[in-house]
Design a protein around this ligand. Structure first.
Ligand code: SF4
Ligand code: SF4
Length: 322
């Protein structure tokens, strides 16, 4: 699996990706990254995924950075923590494939295992566990090899289910298929569907009603890797939901801090959480809507303390179902 990165594009560009980064001091240093050399960017990068979205040429600056962090041994977590994380998500034993028609892939989140008992996902079978886990979270820790190594088996396991439709509940899993694999020249033999694509189909079938709500949206890092943000706008418009203005939304979204809690950088995690919460507090939203379960788990209690109700995005969809 080789990254499709073209250094020449960078040599002729104004380094647009790094100029928009919140953390890099010297954007021009990126030319060293393009050249495959070591530089401070590899150490200063917070692995927030944002530059992947900022490059107008889809040249994959973030994946390039991760590749070089790994090559030059730049550590985003201690060896001990990395070892723990690698073991925590490693598949164990054989994958028991059960043929299914319609699958709802819930990643590694057991709290959503009964979603197929709800009206929204009626008729779906739940797909979950380490054998079908994309492992994309290791990008936050400057590691791509482990994702590549495990990906072949993940693709085989999912293909063996023989589904006609697979809805991915976790945005990060969706990004694995439409961004990471694509950037590395891999085309899975099956198609996947984002939660937003699934819900837009329900809207088109006339199965929803207007809600007339104001929501603040917590956009996750993984959403930088796919193009579904505009689909959420379409959904909001169709449901009469106002996505209120936030400083940290859309291309200026700010990580919830979850990956830094896992890596032990608690001060930075607290800083990110506090900035997000202050930003949400400045809105007049009725609800804070989360796409990512990790962001939800990280920020929900602090959102409640503001007197605003936090909810996962599928709960918003459930409210809108006729
Ligand atoms: S990755 Fe994209 S935006 Fe960044 S320097 Fe290269 S071409 Fe320009
Ligand atoms: S991943 Fe985030 S922190 Fe790292 S260079 Fe890109 S925008 Fe900057």
């Amino acid at each position: 699996m080789e990254l499709r990165f073209q250094p020449n594009l960078c040599f002729e560009c104004e380094i647009l990706c790094m100029k928009r980064c919140k953390y890099i001091k010297n954007p021009k240093e990126f030319l060293k990254v393009a050249n495959g050399e070591f530089c401070e960017i590899l150490e200063d990068c917070k692995n927030c995924y944002a530059c992947e979205e900022f490059c107008p040429y889809e040249n994959h600056p973030f994946y390039r950075i991760v590749e070089l962090q790994e090559k030059f041994g730049v550590k985003k977590v201690s060896d001990e923590m990395m070892d723990t994380l690698e073991k925590r998500y490693a598949p164990e034993g054989e994958f028991r494939a059960k043929k299914l028609k319609k699958g709802l892939h819930i990643c590694l989140f057991p709290e959503f295992k009964d979603l197929n008992k709800t009206k929204l996902f009626e008729g779906f079978e739940i797909v979950r566990g380490r054998h079908v886990f994309c492992n994309l979270l290791y990008l936050h820790y400057g590691r791509a090899l482990i994702i590549k190594e495990r990906s072949k088996k993940v693709l085989e396991n999912l293909a063996s289910l023989g589904f006609e439709e697979l809805v991915l509940f976790h945005d990060e899993c969706y990004s694995f298929y439409v961004s990471f694999l694509k950037a590395h020249g891999v085309n899975p033999e099956f198609q996947v569907k984002h939660l937003y694509e699934f819900f837009l189909e329900l809207i088109a079938k006339g199965k929803t009603k207007k809600l007339n709500l104001k929501i603040a949206y917590q956009r996750p890092c993984s959403n930088r890797l796919n193009k579904t943000d505009k689909l959420f706008d379409e959904i909001c418009k169709a449901l009469g939901v106002e996505r209120v203005k936030r400083r940290f939304d859309r291309e200026n979204a700010l990580c919830c801090g979850a990956s830094f809690i896992l890596s032990g950088d608690l001060d930075f995690a607290r800083e990110l959480q506090s900035k997000n919460i202050q930003d949400i507090a400045a809105t007049n939203a009725d609800y804070v809507v989360f796409l990512c379960p990790m962001c939800f788990a990280t920020l929900k209690e602090k959102v409640k303390e503001l007197g605003i109700k936090p909810m996962m995005v599928h709960e918003l969809f459930e409210m809108a179902l006729l």
